[in-house]
Design a protein. Structure first.
Length: 149
């Protein structure tokens, strides 16, 4: 037996319909597409993923995994060790002074003071947030934490 001898089993295959080959063929004129409408046109029909006008699944899902909270506030972190290195005894730490020292880029950026490192100077801190450990270190060094203006 050779490859060219292989044939499908008798009756297992049918000839394809030859569309649009004249009315006597039985599939002339509209070629089985009916009259008018989107599906009768060449290139007609709905695209891949079309859901009847509903927003397609691929567009409903986010491009990247996870969730983005749009009301989240990002704070610029500043450790007490940095404050100790940059500020003198009795200075006021606020948005303006942090911009002058080059710690943050703009005055309106929210700042949170964190408790990493040691603080030896008495400072008055007026920022948006202060961690509990940072507040304890500031007060232990003789400084105070005030609400941001």
């Amino acid at each position: 037996m050779q490859l060219n001898d292989l044939r499908p089993a008798e009756g297992s295959t049918k000839n394809r319909k030859r569309l649009g080959r004249g009315n006597s063929s039985g599939q002339g004129t509209t070629a089985g597409r009916g009259y008018k409408g989107q599906l009768s046109r060449s290139g007609g029909g709905k695209g891949k993923g079309f859901e009847g006008g509903q927003q397609p699944l691929a567009m409903r899902l986010p491009k990247l995994p996870g969730f983005t909270n749009h009301s989240r506030v990002e704070y610029a972190p500043v450790n007490v060790s940095r404050l100790d290195a940059l500020f003198a005894d009795g200075d006021v730490v606020d948005g303006t002074s942090l911009v002058e020292k080059g710690v943050i880029k703009a005055e309106f950026i929210p700042v949170k003071v964190l408790g990493d490192g040691e603080l030896t100077k008495s400072l008055t801190v007026r920022v948006d947030k202060v961690s509990a450990s940072a507040q304890a270190k500031i007060e232990a060094a003789g400084g105070k934490v005030e609400a941001a203006c």
